[in-house]
Design a protein. Structure first.
Length: 477
């Protein structure tokens, strides 16, 4: 139990940590948020480079949870746009609608290829009726659901570009979640009926977005917390001391200064593998070995600024072919007209990589030149239109859910569950591929769990008193 003189420590100021901090602050708790970076927001922050605003990858907000939507609306009020989603796959020099539309597939790939896809799909469905093969990987799941031809054309190259490992090594848990409820039949049905895709968020055709970028959510949460409490940026946690499964203090470094921050409760959104290594005394050998087996995929974001009104009308463009080094491009101006100066636009290219590999080690100038070269070769821009560029490296962007990861993940989580005053939240903190609504929900739920332990002198706002069981079913980005 704790009172107003007891402090709650939140480790990490991404969306999950900030959401937890906001709920706790509203309830009158004393909290301190520790963030290693210079600003809050984590992956969901908006950069501003000489008037050109861009997110670290496009972040569209979609949720099936009325409660999380209300949380966002209460936070931002009228500062939200409803943006029509228009995404395409660019492959073989042609655009393919995403989600799939049969007419586009016919004219894009040709009748012969399309008939082969459909025949292969029907053949696979017939096979599935007689036997149920073991499904452990992305490749197994897609072939079972769509057929081999569809896997070869649309899934294999892009998935391996994103994750850096063969599709046979990517856990089917990831793809089943990310392509939630989707089948070829549903995708085709969606092409002919606007209503048919409404409950399949992979097919969602609209999303919410703040006019000045997704970072506005983090900025507003920061403002709420700092009315009564403190956020320390540029401050890294280097050790988490504990005794008898109770965290007693966090040792932090800010510049050359070391300090111990004591708290009665701890919420962590820092990468799960880092958290395990920070614990002192160290966890058992099997837990540390499990952490060594989990990996994150890193990201390099290259933004090219252009002296041009607009390049495309797309929100996202997927680039599966391996000879194109980046995997996805978006044009922020198509998300909000306020993201670029008048008469200008910019393209944001995402390079999926591992820290220390060739992409990560390349110079900013080299990456910008490489991006411009490929955008020019694809016919999207002219080199003379380029007026500036900006390169951002993002570590630990995506947890890699490879085959067998759950065994290691479960071992770590079973160990951490023994702690009386430590909760993990967020994408990196839980090592789960959470989208924004799920990350926010995880922070809220952690805060509510703490508040349920609190005495009556901390008031919990009414609409946060009970967690909503349906949060786990809220939509994925």
């Amino acid at each position: 139990m704790f009172g107003k003189n007891s402090e709650i420590v939140v480790l990490g100021a991404g969306l999950a940590g900030l959401a937890a901090g906001s709920v706790l602050s509203r309830a009158g708790a004393r909290i301190k948020v520790i963030e290693g970076g210079p600003v809050v927001g984590g992956l969901a922050r908006t950069m501003d480079h000489r008037g050109f605003k861009f997110d670290l990858g496009g972040h569209r907000f979609i949720t099936k949870s009325d409660r999380i939507e209300r949380f966002l609306l209460d936070l931002l009020g009228s500062d939200l746009l409803t943006v029509p989603r228009k995404s395409s796959i660019y492959m073989r020099g042609k655009y393919f609608d995403y989600p799939l539309k049969p007419a586009n597939a016919l004219f894009g790939l040709g009748v012969h290829t399309t008939l082969r896809i459909l025949a292969d799909y029907c053949s696979q469905r017939a096979k599935n009726a007689f036997r149920q093969p073991a499904i452990v990987s992305l490749e197994d799941w897609v072939v079972h659901s769509f057929g081999r031809r569809m896997f070869d054309l649309y899934f294999q190259e892009y998935s391996e570009k994103v994750w850096g490992i063969p599709c046979g090594n990517i856990s089917m848990e990831w793809v089943a979640k990310r392509i939630e409820g989707l089948s070829l039949g549903k995708a085709i049905k969606n092409a002919f009926s606007k209503r048919s895709g409404r409950d399949i968020h992979t097919l969602a055709d609209r999303f919410l977005y703040p006019p000045a970028g997704i970072g506005l959510i983090s900025d507003r949460l920061k403002q709420e917390i700092e009315r009564e409490n403190t956020i320390l940026t540029g401050t890294r946690v280097i050790r988490l001391r504990h005794d008898d499964f109770t965290v007693t203090s966090a040792m932090v470094r800010s510049g050359d200064t070391l300090a111990d921050i004591e708290g009665i409760e701890y919420v962590s959104s820092i990468p799960l593998t880092n958290l395990v290594k920070m614990l002192h005394p160290a966890p058992p050998d099997d837990v540390r070995e499990a952490a060594d087996r989990l990996r994150y995929r890193d990201l390099v974001v290259v933004t090219v600024m252009l002296d041009r009104e607009r390049v495309t009308d797309l929100t996202w463009m997927y680039l599966p072919e391996k000879h194109i080094p980046f995997g996805r491009v978006h044009e922020p101006k198509n998300w909000s007209p306020f993201m670029a100066p008048e008469g200008k636009t910019h393209l944001v290219a995402e390079y999926f990589c591992f820290r220390g590999d060739e992409v990560w080690r390349s110079s900013d100038e080299g990456l910008a030149a490489l991006t411009v070269k490929h955008l020019f070769n694809m016919g999207f821009i002219e080199e003379r239109e380029v007026i500036d560029s900006c390169v951002i490296r993002v570590p630990n962007a995506y947890p890699i859910l490879d085959v067998g990861y759950s065994e290691h993940h479960d071992r770590i989580m079973a160990y951490l569950k023994q702690f009386r005053n430590l909760r993990v939240v967020g994408r990196g903190g839980t090592f789960q591929y959470l989208n924004m609504d799920h990350a926010i929900a995880s922070g809220i739920e952690a805060a509510e769990a703490i508040l349920r332990k609190a005495p009556a002198d901390i008031d919990t706002p009414g609409h946060f008193q009970q967690p909503e069981p349906a949060l786990a079913e809220s939509a994925r980005r």
